[in-house]
Design a binder for this molecule. Structure first.
Ligand code: SAM
Length: 239
């Protein structure tokens, strides 16, 4: 069973959206397990304080290293080899490749920041790897943790109906996915591209590859290799 442990100040947010659909069914079927650890259980004093003002001044509050470390230390089993990820806008972007490698591990430990973030010393001392879900700032790491978990869980064996449906998706071959169509054949005067109805699997494959490349060039040229990004030399046939 793939095991996820989430350290959070808001354990009540989980499983949230992970409790329904693919991830929820997989959770109910024991394909993965979700444990939450309330960081506040290790808070200080009568009010179980977890944060304090930033050293050097400035707005907001920072999660204390001693509190988070106490929570982590109490939550880890000796010899737990799972990756320990701190959700953070400063982190390395979470990619499909990373989600695949996390899904191939025995599970993951996710730590959710709040306020202005986490005292740097605990990141260092407990070997936390910072991971970001995108170039924007959320108010807490919980939704980011759910995004990361959803990306991993759907890749676990037995979660998606057809294992193949994960292999052809966006980012898997370094490209965005080709356009999808379904019934009706004609809708508001728009037809499904005839090649998709031809039954010619080789032609369909070629069309999908060309479309995936076209869309990636248009929307995410950064995903393509350097050669692909460079404009074709004058007189060269359009790719
Ligand atoms: N002061 C921090 C900064 O500028 O980098 C932002 C802190 S944010 C308000 C609070 C928490 O939300 C972070 O500690 C992190 O856990 C989470 N968070 C916010 N944006 C995120 C993102 N893009 N990816 C992952 N986690 C994020």
């Amino acid at each position: 069973m793939w095991r996820a442990t989430v350290f959070t100040l808001f354990p009540g947010m989980f499983p949230g959206p992970l409790g329904v659909s693919l991830a929820g069914e997989a959770l109910a079927n024991g394909i993965w397990a979700l444990e939450t650890r309330d960081i506040r259980a290790h808070g200080l004093g009568r009010h179980r304080a977890v944060d304090d003002t930033p050293a050097g001044g400035g707005p907001g509050m920072v999660i204390r290293a001693d509190v988070l470390a106490a929570s982590l230390d109490a939550g880890f089993l000796a010899g737990d080899q799972r990756p320990r990820l701190l959700l953070s806008p400063r982190g390395a972007p979470l990619t499909q490749a990373r989600a695949r490698s996390l899904a191939a591990a025995s599970g993951v430990v996710l730590i959710c920041g709040r306020f202005e973030g986490v005292d740097e010393r605990v990141i260092d001392a407990r070997g936390l790897e910072e991971v970001s879900i995108g170039d924007y700032v959320l108010s807490g790491g919980e939704i980011a943790a759910m995004v990361a978990l959803d990306a991993c869980v759907r890749l676990l064996p037995g979660v998606m109906g057809k294992e193949a449906s994960g292999v052809e998706e966006s980012f898997e071959a370094g490209l965005l996915e080709y356009p999808q169509f379904t019934r009706p054949r004609e809708w508001e005067g728009r037809e499904i591209p005839p090649v998709l109805l031809s039954g010619d699997h080789a032609k369909i494959k070629a069309w999908r590859e060309a479309e995936a490349l076209r869309i990636t060039r248009e929307r995410r040229p950064d995903l393509l290799g350097k050669d692909e990004r460079e404009p074709a030399p004058r007189g060269a046939p359009e790719r």
